[in-house]
Design a protein around this ligand. Structure first.
Ligand code: NAD
Length: 427
């Protein structure tokens, strides 16, 4: 029987490879290969029909040597503890590579929120907090939204936490609505910060941003703000690919003289489907979904899903491509990565490229703990600074050692966490 894909084993393999490069000692390896703590619990919920249903919840804290653990809570019917473990480990590296004083955590509940009423979802959020309240909090572990959880879920969780603790602790959780202690700039943070790293990479590659061409996969939160920011800086987005909920397939919307984000948004329905007829009338060519990566562009920005650039399609990348900025998590398979590396394409790896989201969440936590909120410009300016410094630290190491950008990013992140563990006397 074929070996089942296990995200945690993959995360451990990645870690082992970098630990070897860094020549980490055996005890540090043992410590960082596993989560420091994990909690498994049951959440009994009264359903609207009066019956009781029991859900399974998790919180995994991979490492908090650099600061409180940080990471989202997923509601997913196929959630497994190994996925949560892997994601918590990746959060440790992501926070470390952008040098924010937080560790890595992740949580989840096995459930399908589509089958739960809003009141049932509220009880589930409150129940999750009741089961873990002693082990999370502003100085221990700070949750956030993730797959199928949203700002409303965060407010219910915050409210339950504050009711139990008897005070206001907005730094307990991030991803809150601005009206209840959220940060300005969070909505655009990830996509905008993708372009901060792109801008810096272009400087290193000697490519002027003015007139540079990009092809983007996705037209959701990350893709839209990345496209807007690149256009604002003088670049041209010549195509976006997007899922069509009516046809159940993806299409590429191409316009060689540059797409207009606001126009495309005006013809996108609430499920994210772009109106093909109206796009065609406005001069867009509509092509198959996978064509986004064959476009003649200097930059590719996968910002939709994981495993999109594969061993099968990497050969189709246009010869013009010089830079791939991984807005999505895990968009490139290991086979494709080898091909891209061989071709000498510069890659900004996902956990650096899309770290603007967690960096802004860190800013939200700082503002919440101070109970003092910054204007949006200040948030974005601080975000730009963090991303720019982080990018160059990785690119400098890659240049100095000849390591691939992805490996250099892992080396910096893991070294920082290992150092914090050593300084604390854990290893
Ligand atoms: P989203 O749901 O807002 O958007 C996803 C987009 O992908 C949609 O436009 C959808 O049409 C498109 N899409 C789906 N399937 C597709 C296909 N087969 N071909 C082409 N397009 C397709 O999600 P998002 O928040 O923009 O996140 C995108 C990626 O970025 C995910 O991998 C996510 O984990 C990662 N990410 C997001 C954030 C954040 O702050 N939003 C932070 C870090 C990482």
């Amino acid at each position: 029987m074929a070996k089942q894909f296990n995200a945690f084993e993959m995360a451990q393999d990645q870690f082992d490879e970098v630990a070897e490069k860094l020549q980490l000692d055996a005890s540090t390896r043992e410590l960082l290969r596993w989560p420091l703590r994990e909690y498994h619990f049951l959440i009994p919920i009264q359903m609207d029909d009066g019956s009781t249903k029991v859900f399974k919840g998790y919180r995994v804290q991979h490492n908090d040597a650099r600061g409180p653990a940080k990471g989202g809570i997923r509601f997913h019917p196929q959630e497994t503890v190994d996925t949560v473990r892997a994601l918590s480990m990746w959060m440790t590296w992501k926070c470390a590579v952008v040098d924010i004083p937080l560790g890595g955590g992740k949580g989840g509940v096995i459930c399908d929120p589509h089958n739960l009423s809003p009141r049932e979802q509220e009880r589930l959020c409150r129940g999750w907090v009741r089961q873990i309240v002693r082990n999370v909090g502003p100085v221990q572990d700070v949750p956030a939204p993730d797959v199928m959880t949203n700002p409303q879920h965060m407010v219910w969780m915050l409210d339950e936490y504050e009711q139990i603790m008897g005070g206001h602790f907005p730094g307990f959780i991030t991803g809150k609505p601005v009206e209840v202690g959220g940060s300005l700039g969070r909505t655009e943070a990830t996509g905008t910060a993708v372009i901060y790293t792109v801008r810096e990479a272009l400087k290193r590659l000697g490519i002027p941003i003015e007139g540079v061409r990009a092809s983007v996969q996705g037209f959701g939160n990350v893709a839209q703000y990345a496209a807007k920011k690149l256009i604002e800086l003088g670049g041209r987005v010549i195509s976006v690919a997007c899922w069509d909920n009516t046809d159940h397939k993806a299409y590429t919307f191409a316009k060689p003289d540059g797409i207009d984000v606001e126009f495309l948004l005006s013809i996108t329905d609430r499920f994210g489907t772009i109106d093909k007829g109206k796009a065609r009338e406005a001069g867009y060519e509509i092509k198959p979904g996978e064509v986004w990566l064959e476009q003649e562009a200097e930059i590719l920005i996968p910002a939709a899903l994981e495993n999109q650039i594969t061993g099968d399609n990497a050969a189709k990348l246009n010869p013009a491509v010089r830079l791939i900025a991984e807005g999505a998590n895990g968009p490139t398979t290991p086979e494709a990565d080898a091909i891209i590396r061989e071709r000498g394409i510069f890659v900004i790896p996902d956990f650096l490229c899309n770290a603007g989201g967690v960096t802004c969440s860190y800013f939200e936590q700082v503002q919440s703990n101070m109970n003092f909120y910054w204007p949006k410009d200040e948030v974005l300016q601080r975000l730009d600074h963090k991303m720019t410094v982080a990018f160059h630290a990785v690119a400098d190491l890659a240049e100095d050692t000849g390591e691939y950008m992805r490996d250099a990013a892992y080396m910096i992140a893991i070294q920082r966490v290992a150092t914090a563990c050593r300084l604390r006397g854990w290893v």
